[in-house]
Design a protein around this ligand. Structure first.
Ligand code: ZN
Length: 243
């Protein structure tokens, strides 16, 4: 089985369209934050629905856009975008976002998915801060997560834990007999590791490999649409820098 793993699309249609030109997979997993920040929430929700991911979880932006949370913990540009997004979505798309499942979720004997972390859907797991306790919060060999927008691998072998930022592209062979993994594929629509290209990952369960991809997309069009929508300038500007 080959899983396409995508996260943090954030209404960036140009980025998602390029990622979905990749076809060498069987099933898709979506780790939350479909919407928020970008200018094409309706189109992006529709594309995700057409993709029919075998499993999804909701993200913190999805919750605020859906009205499940007020967004009072958001910085101003994030809240402005979330409230704007709510106005843009069709009734069906808003319902889809509202109905996204709460994470974390175990999807089979080997794989779990979460937005923030396997112990709290809103927790940030940044690279280089190994948190051994997080490995106690899930029981599978692999847990995929998003939320930080930084491609990251944590692994645990016995008592030792390692974590690091992943310089993509990278094909990582997983040692599933001895190690357990927390893996962030990076963000499709708003990368924050200084590399502005869209990020995604493919897990191959036959070869036990996790392959991190980065792809160029039309950043200037995504930026122009954000400006034309009247959304905060910072949201447009950051896409070119990948921050
Ligand atoms: Zn996000």
């Amino acid at each position: 089985m080959r899983y396409l793993v995508i996260s943090d699309i954030h209404s960036n249609l140009e980025a998602l369209q390029v990622v979905l030109q990749y076809h060498d997979y069987d099933q898709a997993l979506m780790l939350g934050d479909i919407v928020g920040y970008g200018a094409n929430p309706e189109e992006v929700v529709q594309l995700v629905r057409e993709l029919r991911p075998v499993a999804t979880v909701r993200g913190n932006h999805d919750k605020v856009v859906a009205g499940l949370e007020t967004g009072d913990v958001f910085v101003s540009h994030a809240l402005a975008a979330a409230l704007w997004t709510r106005q843009q979505l069709s009734v069906e798309s808003l319902q889809y976002v509202r109905d996204l499942p709460v994470g974390p979720r175990q999807i089979d004997a080997h794989i779990s998915i979460a937005h923030g972390s396997p112990r709290d859907e809103d927790e940030y797991l940044f690279p280089y801060h190994p948190k051994i306790a997080v490995f106690d919060a899930f029981s599978t060999r692999i847990c995929f997560f998003g939320h930080t927008h930084i491609p990251t691998v944590f692994y645990q072998t016995g008592e030792a834990t390692y974590s690091g930022h992943v310089e993509s592209p990278l094909k990582l062979t997983l040692n599933l007999e001895y190690s357990r993994y927390l893996i962030n594929p990076g963000s499709v629509g708003q990368p924050r590791d200084g590399d502005p290209r869209a990020a995604f990952l493919v897990l191959d369960t036959n070869t036990s490999t996790a392959e991190f991809f980065r792809v160029d997309y039309d950043i200037q069009t995504a930026q122009r649409k954000i400006r034309e929508a009247g959304l905060p300038d910072f949201l447009s500007e950051r896409l070119a820098r990948g921050v």
